[in-house]
Design a protein around this ligand. Sequence first.
Ligand SMILES: Cc1cc2nc3c(=O)[nH]c(=O)nc-3n(C[C@H](O)[C@H](O)[C@H](O)COP(=O)(O)OP(=O)(O)OC[C@H]3O[C@@H](n4cnc5c(N)ncnc54)[C@H](O)[C@@H]3O)c2cc1C
Length: 403
Amino acid sequence: MPRPTARTPRIAVIGGGIVGIALARALATGERGDVTVFEKERRLAVHQTGHNSGVVHAGLYYTPGSLKAELCARGRLQIRDFCLEKGLPYREVGKLVVAVDESELGALAEIERRSRENGVPDLERIDDSARLREIEPHVAGVAAVHSPHTAIVDYAAVTEALAVDARAAGADIRLGQEVTGLRIAGSTARVSTAHSEDEFDLVVACAGLQSDLVARLAGGDPSPKILPFRGEYWQLSPEANGLCRGMIYPVPDPRFPFLGVHFTRGVYDDVHLGPSAVPALAREGYSWRRISVKDTVASLAWPGAGPLLREHWYMGVDEISASLIKRRYFDKARRFVPELAMKHLVGKSAAGVRAQAWARDGSLIDDFAVDRLGPVTLIRNAPSPAATSSMAIADHVIKNYVN
Ligand SMILES: Cc1cc2nc3c(=O)[nH]c(=O)nc-3n(C[C@H](O)[C@H](O)[C@H](O)COP(=O)(O)OP(=O)(O)OC[C@H]3O[C@@H](n4cnc5c(N)ncnc54)[C@H](O)[C@@H]3O)c2cc1C
């Protein structure tokens, strides 16, 4: 008599950003089950993955021992090897974090300490301006740390290439299919869209800006909620193209999970400035004109709104004024590259919106966060450096949540 064979697990992934597609690829190529991806847009990588700075971070800032620190270090190497294997552009242009005056030396020392604990390769501490200018001739500052292996890629192209592998290994990637229902029934979960209703043994939600909404579909805790922060960029004129060789960053405010407006040489050799961190008036609020009354009211009614406003109102005012007044944005960047002129900022380029998890007590959650509700695994916080870390996040989810 033939021995009964175990049925192949049916696995759904919600979200066709880089995290969802890296996961679908790892599941399909690792033969973990029959994989179906649901993406509400008609293309992959339409949201955070297609609207970011393209930096492959080397792990400078993250709290040692955190998931960010661990998965960024591993993910950087995986993204590098994947790009090399697929012939995708990967440029190690390096990154300089500059202290403009003595008041920033303490925060710079903390970044250096964390970088060394996180094993950032070939990190250099710089204390003399001659060496600073050897690396970035137009920079001004009293000290810096340099990470030569911080790189730049095109994350939308990486996601498409990951999807090619996933499809070749049998994954069914369904575009234009928004998940509107996610019901847990015992050990399985039913996923519904306007087109279908299917049963899965395991569902992993990688829904970015909608991760709290998808969690609620499954009956999950409304906390953490997603607070959307728009990152606005300015394009620099061709005459300013020589102002940076790689990436030049300020020392960020350690109380805030964003890195500050920086100069980035993109993978296609364009130089841009950004991103800022402006509270967005809609989850997909790519400009001031995109307003969702529902999203905005929900944010204002969130118990964490009062504590967040009390603690960070000055930062909000500063970012909003820099969004509305070009001179304010320019002043932030000119601090560490004094040759920058107003005329070099020729126009705003496509903004991105960050999905930042926000707890009931008002705190912004710093580390990556994953929850589990029976057969449903929910990625609840995957902000930067989640693009860098995407392939390592996929491995982490499989190791800890797929069995
Ligand atoms: C301005 C900015 C700059 C950044 N810079 C960097 C950087 O330089 N380096 C770095 O490593 N990271 C960076 N990040 C962070 C990085 O882009 C994100 O962490 C990463 O892209 C997250 O990927 P994701 O797949 O989780 O989310 P997303 O790319 O947002 O994908 C989520 C997907 O889920 C889909 N979805 C949502 N709800 C549903 C539903 N109900 N049904 C079906 N589909 C659904 C959405 O349409 C979306 O396509 C930056 C982010 C921003 C915004």
